[in-house]
Design a protein around this ligand. Structure first.
Ligand SMILES: *Cc1c(COP(=O)(O)O)cnc(C)c1O
Length: 216
């Protein structure tokens, strides 16, 4: 499809949807995509990218950031505490906080590197064992701890709906949870379901294959 077409579809969906005040930002998910595919997107002017692994992101994006200074790189995959140091070096937004332990370790490292990185809390809206994210029941405590004890900059919530479920239910739930705790950011919607995410008020869509094609 290509990024331009996606962006114009997002615009048109937003203008048709009452709940969409402003078209969401597209995070171009470049995981397992080669530089030959990423560089043309950068040269077209796009700057917001998403990667799910710290090592891969570091290898690809530290050099790219030398040349394209205003890249905004989002971490959209699970973060292990032993990778926090590297993550704070390369990422500009962390979307996958899911425990007090991780949040605490991130805060410590941000202080060390003198950075204040905007974060999202990932919510396991489908209550799946294998999936990252805090459970819906534990969200409130985690959010409070992040803001009140750690003084982290929590911009919003992020979710990945279960593969075989209707995404709409999860997007509606995430929207409701964000309202309840009082955050504005909503990172939801991928290639297959971004249109419905727009309808439910997404502020960030995370789109990979529709922009870059199949992953390696
Ligand atoms: C890979 C990935 C995406 C992008 O998925 P596509 O179907 O390629 O658009 C979005 N979000 C997360 C968390 C991912 O890991």
């Amino acid at each position: 499809m290509g990024l331009l077409e996606i962006k114009s579809e997002v615009e048109s969906f937003c203008s048709k949807s009452e709940s969409c005040v402003k078209a969401p930002e597209v995070v171009a998910v470049s995981k397992r995509q080669p530089l030959e595919k990423i560089i043309p997107v950068l040269d077209s002017g796009h700057r917001v990218f998403g990667e799910n692994r710290v090592v891969e992101a570091t290898e690809k994006f530290l050099p790219l950031k030398e040349k394209y200074k205003d890249i905004e790189l989002h971490l959209i995959g699970h973060l292990q505490t032993n990778k926090v140091k590297e993550a704070v070096k390369v990422f500009d937004v962390i979307q996958t906080i899911d425990s007090i332990k991780l949040a605490t370790s991130l805060k410590k490292e941000m202080d060390k590197q003198e950075k204040d990185i905007p974060c999202f809390i990932q919510v396991n809206t489908g209550d799946e064992d294998q999936k990252g994210g805090v459970s819906v029941d534990a969200l409130n405590d985690l959010y409070k701890h992040c803001v009140e004890e750690l003084n982290l900059d929590i911009k919003g919530l992020m979710c990945i709906p279960p593969q075989n479920d209707v995404s709409d239910l999860h997007f509606a739930l995430l929207n409701k949870l964000a309202k309840e705790i009082g955050v504005e950011g909503l990172s939801m919607g991928m290639s297959a379901d971004f249109k419905s995410a727009v309808k439910y008020g997404a502020t960030y869509l995370r789109i990979g294959t529709s922009i870059f094609g199949k992953r390696l």
